[in-house]
Design a protein around this ligand. Structure first.
Ligand SMILES: Nc1nc2c(c(=O)[nH]1)N[C@H]1C(S)=C(S)[C@@H](COP(=O)(O)O)O[C@H]1N2
Ligand SMILES: [Mo]
Length: 252
């Protein structure tokens, strides 16, 4: 199927591809790629866990990155008006910017300037059923996350297109990721392809594949920020702030 001629024509795109077709185009698994998780010789071109200076990279399943010829964002489930968006559509939404820290459960954290749109705008477009109090998000690397709708509507939750003044890099979630700084890093899903409104809470990748909770709210304790001279920094729980971070206007 040749998508290249349709790439920039949204109306045609939406007419020709029903929402089900759209999500069928987005591979649930990263193809028939072998499982490299326990392989120390993962080919270099794969996005994989890397402790890179400034901002580490975490990718549970080594992944080649999103193929934009096939990328679309499907928003559906219990909604009045399911929609399919192409990358260009996302730039028609109102952009917000914030400085916030991503804190991984593996005791590193790093901050960046993020730019993106608020979930509220998508909610307005699709008009969810009042019973749909939960949101399930899937990504191109077969990762998935689960939220209460209320959490995604908080002021500091952002669907991010740009990081530090550049489009998201392949490693950090291009073309679209979530930044929810009051949740541990694993909730900040990258390479998003589909968002579904549901009336019950689904599980997430790391509660099914490891010891982490579905909720993933940052807990009180001791943090070890990557860019804080490796000195432990006590935190009070909730979003982690650095003395030099810009304080959020109305963080919750
Ligand atoms: N799609 C997807 N999103 C993901 C992950 C992943 O493996 N796949 N890893 C999570 C984890 S554990 C962390 S800590 C953050 C790391 O984001 P970064 O790679 O941009 O630093 O992404 C989260 N989002
Ligand atoms: Mo993480």
């Amino acid at each position: 199927m040749d998508l290249s001629s349709l790439k920039f024509d949204r109306r045609k795109f939406l007419k020709i591809f029903s929402l089900t077709t759209l999500s069928a185009l987005v591979p649930k698994k990263s193809g028939a790629v072998e499982d490299f998780r326990n392989d120390k010789n993962i080919p270099k071109q794969y996005i994989q866990n890397r402790d890179t200076p400034g901002f580490h990279i975490r990718s549970a399943n080594p992944f080649l990155g999103v193929d934009m010829q096939n990328w679309g964002l499907a928003i559906g489930g219990m909604v009045k008006k399911p929609i399919g968006l192409v990358y260009e559509d996302l730039f028609g939404l109102k952009m917000h910017s914030q400085l916030s820290r991503l804190k991984c459960v593996e005791c590193w954290s790093a901050k960046a300037k993020w730019e993106g749109f608020r979930f509220e705008e998508l909610v307005q477009q699709v008009q969810p059923d009042p019973a749909a109090k939960f949101v399930y998000i899937q990504s191109a690397d077969s990762y998935y996350e689960s939220f209460a709708l209320e959490e995604l509507l908080r002021a500091r939750a952002l669907f991010v297109l740009r990081m530090n003044g550049q489009p998201l890099s392949r490693e950090h979630g291009f073309p679209l990721r979530l930044i929810a700084p009051f949740k541990y890093g694993y909730k900040n899903i990258k390479y998003i392809t589909s968002i579904k409104f549901l009336d019950s809470r689904k599980r997430n990748y790391w509660s099914n594949s490891g010891p982490y909770s579905v909720d993933g709210t940052i807990q009180p304790g001791v943090d070890h920020p990557l860019d804080f001279n490796k000195k432990p920094l006590p935190i009070n729980g909730g979003e982690v702030f650095h003395f030099f971070d810009k304080r959020p206007g109305n963080a919750r």
